[in-house]
Write a protein of this length. Structure first.
Length: 136
């Protein structure tokens, strides 16, 4: 399996009257938009339990698996979502390290994590403000 690229064969078949190369481009962009929309939705969650996060992870793994089978390609955009969801379980310092080494995540994604992570919620307001200022 290789990483998916826009120009590559993603689909094994044409969609209706669309030529295969157009189908590949359409699928590439659909998968990209889908992954970004899911991440935006997950980061907008205001309240989440550990069970809820685990269900999110299961959903993404299942979606990635099904799309990987269909396309025959690796889909790293879904790995990024899983990596984001796993940060929910970590301590503030580890989340800060994650933010530094993963600039692809927007501030709104990170703030969604800060606002729902149980270890951060245990901190005092001043400590949370300090973490937020270090992220920004």
């Amino acid at each position: 399996q290789s990483v998916i690229k826009c120009e590559e064969d993603i689909s094994n078949e044409e969609i209706g009257v669309l030529p295969k190369y157009v189908t590949n481009i359409v699928l590439f962009h659909l998968i990209t938009v889908l992954s970004k929309t899911i991440l935006r939705g997950y980061s907008a969650v205001k309240k989440c339990t550990e069970e809820g996060r685990k269900n999110m992870e299961k959903d993404i793994k299942s979606l990635k698996n099904d799309l990987t089978i269909y396309t025959g390609k690796d889909l790293p955009c879904f790995d990024e979502i899983l990596m984001y969801l796993q940060q929910y379980y970590y301590y503030p310092e580890k989340i800060l390290k994650f933010v530094r080494v993963n600039p692809q995540f927007e501030i709104s994604h990170i703030m969604g994590l800060v606002n729902t992570a149980p270890e951060i919620k245990k901190l005092k307001t001043n400590e949370i403000k300090n973490i937020v200022s270090r992220i920004e």
